[in-house]
Write a protein that binds this ligand. Structure first.
Ligand SMILES: [Zn+2]
Length: 487
């Protein structure tokens, strides 16, 4: 009897960060994603403990997309003894070296700042936070430095971009092809075909799946037919059925509020994905003359590069984005857009007065240029902050977005929260639960097993019920380190 292929879940099992799964066959061992655990310092310390596998014996590594919770530990591969190839899509092959270099630099800076006491500071003072939350967020140990820029560059030399849809032999008895997942530029679902005795087993990893409907990205397809589907369940617990929010309408209102109130709106923004969605919406409004005299500042070099990459791959963009390119316009540029490449420019914009819009990283409001924009905005009646998506539970961003924070400290400055704060809905980069089920059922084939990962327990339980209503598969919800036999 040939040895059954197995999957071992080494991260994002019952949680939403640290994606990492080992696919083992009789002759090959393949790692799918190697992402950072994110959130409280106790979570981040988990990154320093390598998964209990022999990296020197890996046959190949595959990365679904360039978000840090899926790729952020790839920079450790060389140190852990793996010097082979990392397969991904062509756009991801361009993004990954930048993301890994930037992550290495951030780790170095965070350690230096922690040791000399100058680290980013973003705290709610009133209402006083729950002591248990404070204890969880307290960093007692040095933040881990997982890899250097040199390590990131060594790993980057092994990154191989594979065209969407093309089969590629990646290890003995294992071939793979990548499908557009519609989540960010270059995002992919991965389809493996594994030789098992006289038969073949098909295993699909969804990666993060993007929403259906209008976006700057081309419409994605559905899951390929497979024996086993490993599916993200991020949105499994969320309510659905509400009409899609009118993003352009809400952005028009933000623009009008800025113009009439002579306010600058600060939008905390993730660099790859959310920033491109927002700039694309704003570019369309600019073409309609809505922005006129309102300057928009994009304060994230990574976001600027990701937008350039989108334009270099027009076949991956939506028809509306392609139409703009066809008419000689960029879907991610307009006259009043200013890209900020340096901290000096960023600080100058943070101190400005008058109408404007600033898109600044990070989206979690725990570090990056968004902190000095918030420091300038939150204490003033004319300040204006617009949250555009998920906020980490227990974070400053959550307290601000929920409207509960009365007094805060940002980078050493204490202030009462006087700014106007709103939320802009409808920009999620993830398919909702019904859309995930449509993606799964779209193959017209029920897999033997659907494995739910990349979701907390409530999300996985919610998704399990939905999955069982559309396919006749059994559903597995593995715990961390659990191994599942596939044949
Ligand atoms: Zn993602």
């Amino acid at each position: 009897m040939p040895k059954s292929p197995t999957l071992t879940f080494l991260g994002a099992a019952g949680e939403v960060t640290g994606s990492c799964t080992l696919l083992e066959t009789e002759h090959a061992r393949i790692l799918v994603d190697f992402g950072l655990f994110q959130g409280a310092p106790s979570q981040e310390q988990r990154n320093a403990v390598a998964p209990p596998i022999d990296f020197r014996r890996l046959s190949a590594v595959v990365c679904t997309h360039a978000h840090i919770d899926h790729c952020g530990r790839l920079g450790m591969l060389a140190r852990l003894g793996y010097d082979g190839l990392v397969f991904c899509t062509e756009p991801t092959a361009t993004l990954l070296p930048m993301v890994l270099r930037s992550s290495a630099n951030l780790q170095k800076v965070r350690l230096e700042e922690h040791r000399d006491g100058t680290g980013p500071d973003a705290v709610v003072l009133d209402p006083a936070p729950d002591p248990a939350v404070v204890a969880a967020q307290q960093r007692l140990e040095d933040p881990p430095v997982l890899y250097t820029k040199g390590d990131a560059e060594r790993v980057s030399r092994g990154i191989v971009g594979v065209p969407y849809g093309a089969w590629r032999d990646i290890a003995p008895g294992v071939r793979m092809r990548l499908h557009d997942a519609g989540h960010i530029i270059g995002s992919a679902s991965v389809e493996f075909e594994v030789v098992h005795g006289a038969s073949r087993v098909r295993i699909v990893f969804s990666g993060d799946i993007g929403p259906a409907g209008e976006s700057y990205l081309a419409a994605r397809g559905h899951a390929p037919a497979a024996d086993v589907v490993v599916m993200e369940s991020t949105t499994g617990a969320r309510a659905h059925g509400a009409p899609a929010p009118d993003v352009d309408g809400t952005l028009r209102k933000v623009v009008e509020d800025c113009r009439h109130g002579r306010r600058t709106a600060v939008l905390p923004t993730f660099s790859v994905g959310r920033a491109q969605v927002l700039v694309h919406h704003l570019a369309r409004l600019a073409r309609e003359g809505v922005l006129e005299d309102i300057p928009v500042y994009l304060d994230s070099p990574m976001a600027i590069r990701a937008a350039e990459l989108c334009v270099q791959h027009p076949s991956l963009l939506s028809s509306s984005a392609r139409a703009m390119i066809g008419a000689g316009h960029s879907p991610f540029d307009f006259d009043s857009l200013h890209c900020l490449w340096s901290r000096k420019h960023s600080l100058r914009v943070a101190g400005r007065e008058g109408a404007g819009i600033v898109l600044a990283g990070s989206g979690f409001c725990d570090a990056g240029p968004v902190l000095h924009h918030l420091e300038n905005a939150l204490g003033h009646d004319r300040g204006y902050v617009v949250f555009t998506g998920y906020v980490l539970p227990g974070s400053l961003a959550e307290s601000l977005a929920e409207g509960t924070a009365r007094r805060v400290r940002i980078n050493g400055t204490e202030m009462d929260v006087r700014a106007r704060i709103t939320r802009l809905h409808g920009l999620s980069g993830h398919a909702d639960a019904p859309q995930m089920c449509e993606w799964l059922a779209g193959s017209g084939h029920s897999p033997s097993v659907v494995v739910l990962n990349h979701g907390d327990e409530a999300a996985r339980t919610g998704m399990e019920a939905r999955v069982q209503s559309v396919v006749s598969s059994s559903v597995a919800k593995p715990a961390i380190s659990q191994t599942i036999n596939l044949a």
